[in-house]
Design a protein around this ligand. Sequence first.
Ligand SMILES: N[C@H](CCC[C@H](N)C(=O)O)C(=O)O
Length: 287
Amino acid sequence: MKKVMDLDSACLDGFPFVKMVASGNDFILINNFEKRIPAEWGPELARKLCRRAFSVGADGLILIEPPKSQKACFSWRFFNADGSEAEMCGNGGRCAARFAVAEGLCPPEHVFETLAGLIRAEVKEKKVKIELSPPHSLRIDFALDVDDQKFLASFINTGVPHAVLFFAPEDLARLDVKQLGSKIRFHPAFAPSGTNVNFVATLGEDNLKVRTYERGVEAETFACGTGACASAIIAAQKGLIKPPVTVETSGGEKLNIYFDPKDVSRVFLEGEARFVYQASLSKEALE
Ligand SMILES: N[C@H](CCC[C@H](N)C(=O)O)C(=O)O
């Protein structure tokens, strides 16, 4: 007898989903308003569906569900590819907002619920702008020893935790992001939750290049929305750039970040969120 905890692939056979991408950060989105997918299945469903080559493949899985509060038109569950549930995802949030409008769940301007708080979204066809939850836990320029290397790091939580380190552009280009990123991601300084790790170069007074090692994907992704915002805020606090900031992501697409350097409680992330395809699950995709 299968417990409800065990994912029942048979009942997911034929279940509709869409694949979306935001600057190379790609996601599987499912309209779970009827709550046919129990919350307990989220981690295992994410691990199975996000596994590239063996299934759909994505950086994360997003379940769109009814809101808990009157202020929002949907709530979501966000799971990284490794099955870990994250409080927030900037690029995933932009995809979710566009998907919710396409599904007829929300008007183009709406609010949705995440574990990091309420997120305000503005959908204008492919271009989506969201306001993050107020960033917190800012720490600028502290020493970080990684094995026998010493780094100057900064930290901020933009819905999820982000460490930020600055490099010269030529050093950033040749950096082994996976090797160094994985060491910092699990560094004791960021225990117990760990952190995403952003490697940043200043390209001009309003232009950054950001490469991100993502917690829960455990790899460099082509873009990280909350990481781009974290990098822009810290660069401004260090006097390196002036907002609005254009962030060049690893995948080559640009993200626009808006905020007042004197009041970083309101941060806006803007970029394209695109539909790649819609399909239905085969139970074999869950084997
Ligand atoms: N991997 C992140 C969540 C997704 C963040 C990223 N995809 C974004 O666009 O903000 C974490 O577990 O903290």
